[in-house]
Design a protein around this ligand. Structure first.
Ligand code: SPV
Ligand code: MG
Length: 431
């Protein structure tokens, strides 16, 4: 009896999947691979049910002989294990980033005479509706809010990119790349005070009020599903912060990061060039504790950001504060630095981790941008935030276009660097 292998990453079985199973059944004994959670979050959407639940679901499909866990995006291990006569897959993977994986499967099968069967992908209203329902579930506040905690458990480092509008949210949501045979994407979004303020033409000094910042969050949540980390600046007055916590929870935000500064806050990347005052440990601990007391869900995280290295108060001060803020109830620590060399960040992480193996560490490698995600994870970092790169890349592109149109008195000269009209008018999905 021949064997036919197909890999699933779906949370529901619809007629499209049944079509693949039925085609596979015609070829031989059907084995389904369940893509592991860890791989799935790089490959596709975040799952709405766990890998154990998915495996159980696939076992209930009539005619399926066996279900195995596929723990790699590439098929090498699973093909070595099963040696299937056929790999069966929807033909949608012929296009886009997945096509590299398909090509590699073909190579693996060719080495022993196996065959790849592309089954025409089922596109119809019913299937589209199911996809939309799953997507909508991911976007719901109660599902979105808890996802950051889930991601911290699932992946060595949560990759977070700034978003300050519906459009930048869509870029973070939808950008998937293929690199060395693996697909990759961002896990979460950072609603940066710098970029949110800059987009409104305002300085990053807590001038843009919370109502307006919440509006930005809503613009993003309306068109995305990924979890949100909100830059809460200093958190403002403790009496106000408790209300901010409730509002953020209601909006489905996963975490707020507040920094231990007081008075007029300026952007950290100014460092000591401008006057900035650090809050006392007692003051800031009280704010954290009040926020934790106010929050109503278990999912929401309040992360304490330490400015000691930015304000040149030394490593000892940074560590003392970190332990004190964790004691006050902080669910994570963000340590910031404006040095180009990542050494002080690594030193902090190593020293913090030697005494606290679990509390999540967050870093923002804007200045120390040579360090890789893998290296950060090796120092115990759980969340990396690319805090402003979308804004900083868009600005020079727009400025150059404006200059060139002024220079040439027409738009022809800039046209070949622009997105096509067709692409811009079809960028946003219609409901
Ligand atoms: C932000 O993105 O607004 C931040 C990070 O707070 S930083 O600009 O580096 O201070
Ligand atoms: Mg900020």
């Amino acid at each position: 009896m021949k064997t036919a292998y197909t890999c699933f990453c779906t949370d529901v079985i619809h007629e499209g999947h049944m079509n693949i199973i039925n085609e596979a059944k015609k070829l031989g004994k059907v084995i389904i691979g369940c893509l592991s959670d860890q791989v799935l979050i790089r490959y596709n959407k975040f799952p709405t049910i766990s890998q154990e639940e998915r495996m159980r679901l696939y076992k209930t499909i009539p005619g399926v002989e066996q279900v195995v866990l596929q723990e790699q995006m590439q098929y090498d291990d699973v093909i070595e294990l099963i040696h299937p006569d056929y790999v069966v897959h929807g033909d949608n993977w012929k296009e886009g980033p997945e096509s590299t994986i398909r090509a590699h499967v073909q190579e693996l099968l060719a080495s022993y005479g196996g065959e790849l069967i592309d089954v025409p992908y089922t596109f119809n209203e019913k299937v589209r509706k199911i996809d939309l329902q799953l997507r909508e579930k991911l976007a719901m506040p109660e599902y979105r809010r808890k996802r950051l905690r889930q991601l911290i458990e699932m992946t060595p480092i949560v990759k977070t990119m700034e978003a300050h509008s519906g459009l930048t949210g869509l870029i973070v949501e939808k950008t998937v790349v293929e690199n060395e045979g693996k697909l990759d994407q961002f896990d979460a979004m950072w609603v940066s005070s710098l970029c949110d303020s800059t987009a409104k033409g305002k300085p990053d000094i807590e001038l843009v009020d919370m109502t307006s910042r919440f509006r930005t969050i809503e613009d993003i949540t309306e068109v995305t599903t990924k979890p949100i980390i909100f830059d809460g600046d200093t958190g403002g007055l403790t009496e106000h912060f408790v209300y901010t916590v409730r509002s953020l929870e209601r909006l489905g935000v996963s975490a707020v990061i507040i920094e231990d500064k007081t008075g007029l806050k300026k952007n950290s990347l100014f460092g000591t060039e401008v006057k900035q005052t650090q809050a006392t440990i007692e003051e800031f601990s009280e704010k954290i504790a009040a926020g934790k007391k106010a929050q109503l869900t278990d999912d929401f995280m309040i992360i304490a950001r330490i400015e000691s290295l930015i304000l040149e108060q030394g490593m000892e001060d940074a560590l003392t504060r970190a332990f004190a803020f964790v004691k006050a109830g902080a669910d994570g620590i963000m340590i910031h630095s404006r040095k180009k060399d990542p050494a002080e960040i690594c030193e902090f992480c190593d020293k913090f981790r030697s005494q606290d193996p679990k509390t999540p560490i967050v870093v923002v490698p804007t200045s120390f941008n040579t360090i890789t995600e893998e290296e950060l994870a090796a120092h115990g970092v759980n969340i990396v935030i690319y805090a402003n790169q979308l804004t900083r890349s868009a600005f020079p592109a727009m400025q150059q276009t404006a200059k060139d149109i002024l220079k040439y008195h027409r738009a022809k000269e800039v046209d070949d660097r622009l997105m096509s009209i067709k692409d811009i008018i079809t960028l946003i999905d219609e409901i």
